[in-house]
Design a protein around this ligand. Structure first.
Ligand code: AMP
Ligand code: MG
Length: 408
């Protein structure tokens, strides 16, 4: 059996980034940019006022002048062509173009209205409160690089320079197949001995969150022929995720069927708890993951290996979850031969991170995952001990370029 790093490296070695497609700007949300995007426009496009106040010549203020005749009023969107000469000011609103001749704006708060003009009570430095043309961006400035995630700020930035469409990497299609004769879809009655299929739902949500395109293929009973039929259809996608049936049980057909369908095995088994019987292979570029059926094991396997792969397929560089080093708020239980990933909450206390595990850690207890903000990583054969021990906690949100330090 291999460790987390080795498994992750084996997975990422098989990733061939997907091609690009051009989409309307709003549809780019959450996707990865596929090209270098440069600004076609300058921002601001023209010198404008940063405040509501009076535009005038800074030179006048420098010479000690305090009283000005107000010769124009300039709302946003309505440029004034009236040139300002010595002793003249224009009432101006935030965002309105500076009139010719003016280079300074005195905020209204620093003035007193006079009968036919304005008195500056507190003169700002010449040039103040003006946003210059091209101050934020000039045409040709690089806005996005290939692999950058497009979030709300990026969408706004692109809109601010008139970009209407964006090349993004195609969303990886991830086929999701649950295996298990005991599984029943929500909405169906539960007969004796049956349980609900939750893995397909968590996987669907995890794929979506990673920018992928999840495709639900339903439930395969623990039957080699049925598993083969459904898995064969799944192999057309970029990634296949089957849950369950990958252990050493009598009815665990997934590995056998993968092999029959020509999936080249890269590894089976990772030295972690949960997540040990993970099977990974490839077939004609398709990444094929058989994750264990226990709901927490299935989710944790996704977090550790499939999420980075789905992001890498999109050319993202931030493949990993952020991590913190946190002190245990409770005694730490010893770990045996496998590294353990314990669901926990994290909080900042007195300048350091602390973590608290979320109750019973059985790999079937999905509630421990729902309550969790992170996975505390206990190295194999960790002796355990009193509260205060520091461990790496991989968070369950966010993205980072740096891989968490996994134990060997
Ligand atoms: P397996 O890996 O098939 O041996 O399954 C391990 C455990 O996870 C068993 O208790 C299964 O009933 C459970 N399990 C398997 N698949 C799912 C699923 N899709 N949703 C919820 N629990 C599952
Ligand atoms: Mg099973």
């Amino acid at each position: 059996m291999i460790g987390i790093d080795e498994a992750l490296d084996a997975v990422l070695a098989e990733v061939r980034p997907l091609g690009a497609e051009r989409v309307p700007l709003l549809e780019a949300l959450g996707r990865a940019c596929a090209a270098t995007v440069v600004s076609p426009e300058a921002v601001p496009g023209f010198a404008n006022s940063a405040m509501d106040g009076f535009a005038l010549r800074g030179e006048d203020l420098a010479e000690g002048r305090r009283e000005f005749a107000v010769v124009a009023e300039i709302p946003a969107g309505r440029p004034s062509a009236r040139h300002l000469f010595a002793g003249e000011a224009a009432k101006i609103m935030t965002g309105a173009p500076l009139p010719p001749g003016a280079d300074t704006v005195v905020p209204v708060e620093l003035t007193v209205a006079l009968e036919a003009g304005v008195l500056v009570t507190d003169p700002p430095a010449p040039g103040s409160n003006v946003r210059l043309a091209g101050e934020d961006l000039t045409p040709g400035d690089r806005l996005l690089e290939p692999g950058d995630r497009v979030g709300p700020a990026e969408i706004g930035l692109l809109a601010s320079v008139g970009v209407e469409t964006l090349p993004v990497t195609r969303r990886p299609r991830v086929a999701i197949l649950a295996t298990g004769s005991e599984l029943v879809a929500p909405g169906q009655p539960l007969a004796s001995g049956q349980i609900r299929n939750s893995n397909s739902f968590t996987a669907y949500a995890q794929v979506l969150e990673a920018g992928g395109d999840p495709i639900l293929l339903g439930i395969a009973r623990d039957d080699a022929a049925e598993t083969r039929r459904l898995l064969a259809a799944a192999l057309e996608q970029d990634v296949v995720l089957t849950s369950g049936g990958v252990s050493v049980g009598e009815f665990d057909f997934v590995k056998q069927v993968q092999e029959e369908l020509g999936v080249e095995r890269r590894f089976w088994g990772v030295k972690t708890k949960p997540g040990k019987p993970l099977a990974f292979g490839v077939r004609e570029g398709t990444l094929v993951f058989g994750v264990p059926g226990n709901p927490v094991a299935s989710m944790v396997s996704f977090e550790l290996y499939i999420r980075p792969a789905v992001l890498a397929l999109q050319r993202r560089r931030d493949l990993y979850r952020p991590y913190v080093t946190a002190a245990a708020a409770e005694p730490v239980k010893a770990a045996k031969e496998r590294a353990e990933l314990r669901r926990c909450r994290v909080a900042r206390e007195g300048g350091r991170w602390r973590f608290t595990t979320t109750g019973p850690q059985g790999s079937g207890i999905l509630r421990s995952m729902a309550l969790a903000q992170g996975l505390a990583i206990v190295p194999a054969r960790h002796p355990g001990g009193a509260a205060g021990q520091e461990l790496t906690v991989q968070l369950l949100e966010g993205s980072a370029e740096e891989r968490p330090p996994y134990p060997v």
